[in-house]
Ligand binder design. Structure first.
Ligand code: NAD
Length: 260
């Protein structure tokens, strides 16, 4: 379905981004992986996706907190494959602290990576997508793009911003063959959330398993984690012809969290 298409997936050396990258490769897309990690582990991931799905895969180590590195990611992606048809803005970080104690450098980092990099990436990708009359931009927002939670000021502000940016991008591209949508997951068991589970286990004197159950049960009515594979499946759907008229949507995958 996506053969001869090229996808840039930011933050795809781990978690949700990796799940999406594998799903797009499974649908035939060539990939530009991005994100941090030990070089040998990143190379193992790159090689295993390429051989498992028979697609071309490169890795780019751009630090998305820096706009000039976002630009370089796209220049190098076009040098490698000639085009970028699909952009998955996924890279993200978290910092947890009350507003009064929120460190300014953490605020700036969360806004830079979770929000501004989405804007800069979209700016880079759009002109050529418009020219070709086809493109898919999928922003990985969060249920925190729809509702708030305590101690997550920067993250919630950034993710609400991503949902807003998704709507503006959709309006500006409507009828051009380019769509822009956001996926809003609830809890997904990835390294980013494992850190929060480990912190809860220490704070409450719980086992890690019990802390995980408590974390997911507190907010997510299904009491089950969303999986990176499920989010990958949604991304592939949003790239399909069936989703051609779907643009500007914020698709929740949150086990009912935002319905409460
Ligand atoms: P993760 O920590 O497993 O992966 C984050 C990825 O981003 C990694 O590949 C990392 O190397 C990369 N990254 C971090 N900083 C970067 C930077 N400056 N430049 C380039 N790459 C960078 O996290 P995850 O849980 O898979 O989260 C992925 C996205 O999904 C984030 O935007 C997050 O906000 C969102 N999300 C996660 C959950 C969840 O429960 N895990 C829920 C909703 C939304």
């Amino acid at each position: 379905m996506l053969s001869r298409k090229t996808a840039v997936v930011t933050g795809s050396t781990s978690g949700i981004g990796l799940g999406i990258a594998r799903a797009l490769a499974g649908a035939g897309a060539d990939l530009v992986l991005n994100g941090f990690g030990a070089p040998e582990e990143v190379e193992r991931l790159r090689g295993s996706i390429a051989s498992e799905f028979g697609v071309r895969v490169v890795h780019h180590g751009a630090d998305l907190s820096k706009p000039d590195e976002v630009a370089r990611l796209f220049t190098d992606a076009r040098d490698a494959f000639g085009r970028v048809d699909i952009l998955i803005n996924n890279a993200g970080i978290q910092h947890v602290a009350p507003v009064e104690e929120f460190p300014v450098d953490r605020w700036n980092a969360v806004i830079a990576i979770n929000l501004s990099a989405v804007f800069f990436g979209t700016q880079q990708a759009l002109p050529a997508m418009r020219e070709r009359g086809w493109g898919r931009i999928i922003n990985i927002a969060s249920v925190h793009g729809m509702v708030g939670s305590v101690n997550k000021a920067a993250y919630v502000a950034a993710k609400h911003g991503v949902v807003g940016l998704t709507k503006v991008t959709a309006l500006e591209t409507a009828g051009s063959g380019v769509t822009c949508n956001a996926i809003c997951p609830g809890w997904v068991l990835t390294p980013l959330v494992q850190q929060q589970i480990d912190a809860l286990a220490v704070a409450k004197g719980l086992s890690v398993d019990e802390a995980g159950r408590r974390l997911v049960g507190e907010k997510q009515p299904s009491r089950e984690f969303v999986t990176p594979e499920q989010i990958g499946g949604m991304a592939v759907f949003l790239c399909s012809d069936a989703a051609e008229q779907m643009t500007g949507a914020a698709v929740t995958m949150d086990g009912g969290w935002s319905s409460q």
